[in-house]
Ligand binder design. Structure first.
Ligand code: DX5
Ligand code: ZN
Length: 215
């Protein structure tokens, strides 16, 4: 499977998002990862609908929205209207996951579900056929720049194995502590969409950093 890189703008310079989005696009990233935090589901706040709406027009890449919020259902329409291409919500959040997936798809977007490091992969198995993507958190959600949790590798393999058993070409995305060192491990385990924030945005040469994760 081809490896896709999703640039997490949580590590970008918010003083100049237009330039940062251009940099990500010109460096060969495949999509933009947009982390939404509500200060409740995770102990941090980030940005939301008005920011997505403003920056959408400065970038041609698809927007991969990661909702780290307690009540995802309430905001699907707003993020769809603002220009999201994919919406991923957390299995640990409130609401019926099947209904949330249906809602995302009814807006013509792709749907993903995410699991925190301690949530077993098996809980996602019954939903695989309905999903476009599963996001395996490889750090505790809430902050950029943390260290990769190696125990998550087994979860990635278990999910890839189960997706194959069910005959699904599922995207498996990983998020947290992904860079040059961790990329070969997560890819070998079965991940094909790599989110990267600090590693690529803080790199001296973003294009080389992005290319290093595909090698
Ligand atoms: C963390 C976010 C990540 C974060 C990753 O809760 O979901 O997308 O930006 O940042 P790095 O790549 O720096 O670990
Ligand atoms: Zn994220």
């Amino acid at each position: 499977m081809e490896t896709k890189i999703s640039a997490s703008i949580l590590s970008a310079d918010f003083g100049n998002l237009e330039r940062e989005l251009r940099r990500a696009e010109e460096s060969g990233c495949d999509m933009i990862h947009f982390d939404v935090m509500d200060g409740h589901f995770v102990p941090n706040l980030s940005y939301g609908v008005p920011v997505l709406k403003s920056i959408r027009k400065y970038c041609r890449l698809p927007f991969d929205v990661h909702l780290m919020i307690t009540d995802p259902m309430k905001f699907i329409d707003a993020f769809a209207d603002a220009g999201a291409d994919n919406i991923t919500f957390h299995l640990e959040a409130d609401g019926d996951p099947e209904k949330i997936i249906e809602k995302i798809r009814s807006r013509g977007l792709t749907a993903g579900i995410s699991v925190k490091p301690k949530t077993p992969a098996e809980l996602v198995f019954p939903l695989i056929k309905k999903l476009d993507m599963v996001l395996v958190m490889t750090v505790e959600p809430g902050f950029g720049g943390q260290g990769f949790i190696p125990e998550t590798l087994e979860k990635i393999s278990a999910l890839r194995k189960e997706a194959e058993r069910q005959g699904c070409a599922l995207d498996i995305e990983v998020d947290g502590g992904i860079g040059y060192n961790t990329s070969p491990k997560v890819r070998a385990a079965g991940a094909n969409v790599l989110v990267s924030g600090s590693y690529i945005f803080k790199a001296e040469d973003m294009a080389s950093a992005v290319a290093s994760m595909r090698r």
